[in-house]
Design a protein around this ligand. Structure first.
Ligand SMILES: Cc1cc2nc3c(=O)[nH]c(=O)nc-3n(C[C@H](O)[C@H](O)[C@H](O)COP(=O)(O)OP(=O)(O)OC[C@H]3O[C@@H](n4cnc5c(N)ncnc54)[C@H](O)[C@@H]3O)c2cc1C
Length: 701
């Protein structure tokens, strides 16, 4: 493996401009283009590339010169524009090389090179001596380069250790990312693009949650609308959250195969938003008087022509639209260390990413065949999957490692004490958690992978699941002239989610302006639902701004979960209030009726918040709060349930409801009202987190 990395680095080094120039020079028989005879050198390459002269071209930059068009015309009149080019080389030409380059006779366009001044470096003896000294210089340079490379190699600086790679700030290559993720064949339906309508009123690119919410909104304002969804996945639209949670808890293998999961309350549900027969066939969409929603599956859009209002598929087929939504979501990324390591196919087979149904199926298969698994990443996805895998292993025959840079699970979101507490919970599920640990080397050890860790330990695992974050899918931006936010990523949109006329963006791929919290990009289910819905409404004539605060949630199994809203970042100061959890304070207690919603109770009207609780109620709650545990509990104590407020400039900008459910509307109102630090005593009461304590106490009396 080290060899591969070394070769990789050497290839890159050889491509470095200085070394490349030197090598080109050496390849050109010691000739140095930087020493005054550049034009002759260029001409030599250029002219010898012309049709018919039989010599190969060596210089890429010349080939790509915009003026260098192929010489095809036989028209003698045009020859006037193409003067023969001759060169005056600065050294005797090698044997067999003509001192005069053959005339460029077959140009249909003027040869720009012929208009360049002729070189003024006549060959003489002085020049010969000078060239001999240049050659010496070159050989010295070459020797120096070789020695430097050798030293660097010996020092191990080409080895792909995390630190080195990170320091170089390499951008992950999306090519590898994609290769890595397309192990299972994509099924195209319809199989040929001709069967996809070429002209539709509504085109939705991407078949995820945002698109699903958009077509529901379009159909509800325009019931006979004809909506075409194009997705590069083989599946009809489905929800992703259960893939890292509930589905791992289903013991019925047949149900798992059919992608059926049990909600925490035990009721069964399909991962797919709608059954297959809900959708109209692509071939029938335009003829159907009642309209419908058709999904072209397995088809990739590679460009949107925003002026001509058409999307181009991978085979060049064009789909014209009246209104278009781009909801292309995001793709998980590898850390640089794995990015390099997966160049080795044997390693690549054992490094997994997790985003879609295929990823789930692959991971489940690998999980069933493995004894040791490492999950890299301490965020939602890594923590959820670690807990789910450990729980699933009822006989405790597997070792599940979870390793990450931070001090505790979800350390980027939760305040330190709560993050540490969560780590204890994750450990209690049977996960071997390794905080403050990074992978710094990856080797194929024959049976699996050997991970070299930053704590000087080595870990043998059967496979690794990398869950360190995602990148928005904005590949269409360049060809489609769309703007991407340089810092946050995602297509830039206005508050109506428009990127250009009749082109909308929603979900993970949108970078939107939040009037209260500034420019943001959000990678959560509820945000995809809300932005998809809003885009759909605006595509059918609405002109609504995006003012809604979406929420997100994470469940570490049926017992511990949280919901959050706004800017939830552990680097912000926080204030929290906690209480003892009761039998009702866990994710299992939360079920929603909304089809696309899962836990997405986005349109709820604040109830508990009714400006606000009565004086009597407040006193009662205040009393209860005093008697029970106060925010700053000692480490190790039970943070059963609570509310955590995140402050920026003393204003509440984010809230986590820790094992507190059905209070999101209150939290939303608090953010909307821009409540301040000094209000928090009052604000905390609105969440009634002690209510259940009191009712339980009353019941037991
Ligand atoms: C395992 C998992 C668990 C999660 N759990 C939670 C959770 O508990 N809570 C929460 O709030 N959020 C959760 N999320 C995040 C949430 O699922 C996403 O934020 C949401 O799916 C985003 O929806 P979207 O429509 O923007 O993108 P996606 O759902 O990613 O859909 C985008 C679709 O577009 C397709 N596509 C991309 N480019 C093209 C193209 N050029 N042509 C055609 N098709 C294209 C993609 O393949 C994909 O099918 C989870 C995500 C995952 C993966």
């Amino acid at each position: 493996m080290l060899r591969i990395a070394k070769i990789h680095h050497i290839t890159r080094l050889l491509n470095a401009p200085v070394i490349r120039t030197s090598l080109v020079n050496i390849a050109n028989d010691g000739y140095d283009s930087r020493l005054g005879c550049k034009i002759a050198f260029i001409n030599r390459n250029y002219c010898s590339s012309r049709k018919g002269d039989g010599e190969k071209v060596g210089d890429e930059s010349i080939k790509s010169h915009p003026q260098s068009k192929p010489c095809e015309s036989q028209d003698p009149v045009k020859l006037k524009e193409c003067q023969p080019v001759s060169i005056h080389p600065c050294k005797p030409p090698p044997p067999g090389f003509p001192t005069k380059i053959p005339s460029v006779k077959q140009c249909s366009t003027p040869n720009m090179m012929s208009e360049m001044p002729e070189p003024t470096c006549p060959f003489d003896e002085e020049d010969g001596k000078r060239r001999a000294s240049y050659r010496k210089l070159f050989l010295l340079g070459l020797l120096f380069t070789a020695i430097t490379l050798g030293t660097v190699w010996n020092l191990g600086m080409f080895d792909y250790h995390e630190e080195n790679i990170r320091n170089k700030k390499e951008k992950p290559k999306s090519d590898n990312k994609r290769k890595q993720r397309q192990k299972r064949a994509i099924i195209k339906d319809p199989p040929t693009s001709k069967e996809i309508p070429s002209n539709v009123p509504y085109l939705l690119i991407g078949g995820g949650t945002a698109s699903f919410a958009a077509f529901r909104a379009i159909k509800s304002s325009d019931p006979t609308a004809k909506v075409l969804v194009v997705t590069n996945e083989s599946f009809f639209p489905y929800m992703r959250p259960p893939l890292s949670k509930e589905i791992w808890f289903n013991d019925d293998p047949e149900a798992v195969k059919k992608l059926i999961f049990k909600q925490w309350n035990g009721s069964e549900r399909s991962l797919f938003y709608e059954p297959d027969d809900f959708y109209t066939k692509c071939q029938e969409l335009m003829e159907n008087p009642n309209g419908g929603v058709a999904v072209a599956r397995g088809w990739q859009v590679i460009e949107v022509d925003v002026i001509a209002k058409k999307a181009i598929l991978e085979d060049g087929y064009a789909i014209h639209y009246d209104k278009c939504l781009l909801a292309t979501g995001a793709t998980p990324r590898l850390s640089p260390i794995f990015e390099v390591a997966v160049a080795d196919e044997k390693i690549a087979e054992k490094v997994k990413l997790f985003r879609n149904i295929y990823d789930f199926e692959e991971c489940m298969e690998a999980y069933n065949q493995s004894k040791t698994i490492a999950i890299v990443g301490g965020g939602f996805l890594g923590s959820e999957l670690a807990c789910a895998m450990a729980r699933r292993d009822k006989k405790k025959t597997k070792t599940i490692y979870q390793l990450f840079r931070e001090g505790g699970n979800m350390g980027k979101i939760l305040p330190e004490y709560l993050s540490y507490w969560t780590t204890e919970k994750v450990k209690a599920e049977g996960v071997t958690v390794m905080p403050k640990t990074e992978v710094i080397g990856v080797k194929n050890d024959g049976k699996g992978l050997e991970l070299e860790l930053s704590n000087n330990k080595k870990l043998h695992v059967d496979f690794v699941l990398v869950a360190i974050g995602v990148e928005p899918n904005t590949e269409l931006a360049e060809k489609s002239d769309l703007e991407v936010d340089p810092e946050l990523g995602g297509y830039l949109v206005n508050t109506e989610l428009q990127a250009r006329s009749d082109l909308y963006i929603a979900g993970d791929a949108a970078c939107f302006y939040d009037a209260r919290l500034g420019r943001r990009r959000v990678e959560h289910h509820d945000h995809a639902v809300v932005t998809g819905r809003l885009a759909g409404e605006n595509m059918t004539g609405g002109r609504k701004p995006y003012l809604h605060q979406s929420m997100f949630w994470s469940d570490l199994g049926p017992d511990v979960g949280f919901e959050a809203i706004g800017v939830v970042d552990s680097s912000l100061p926080t204030v929290a209030v906690f209480a003892k959890a009761t039998g009702r304070d866990h994710p299992q207690a939360v079920v929603t009726q909304e089809k696309e919603g899962l836990r997405s109770n986005t349109e709820e009207i604040p109830q508990e918040c009714d400006k606000y609780a009565s004086e009597e109620k407040r006193t009662e709650l205040e009393e209860a709060r005093k008697q029970s545990s106060e925010p700053n509990k000692a480490e190790g104590e039970d943070f059963g349930k609570g509310v955590i407020f995140y402050l920026r400039n003393d204003i509440v900008v984010g809230i986590v409801l820790w094992n507190v459910f059905n209070r999101m509307s209150v939290a939303r109102q608090v953010l909307k009202d821009q409540r301040k630090y000094e209000d928090l005593n009052e604000v905390a009461k609105l969440f009634n987190i002690h209510e259940d304590d009191m009712s339980e106490a009353a019941a037991s009396e």
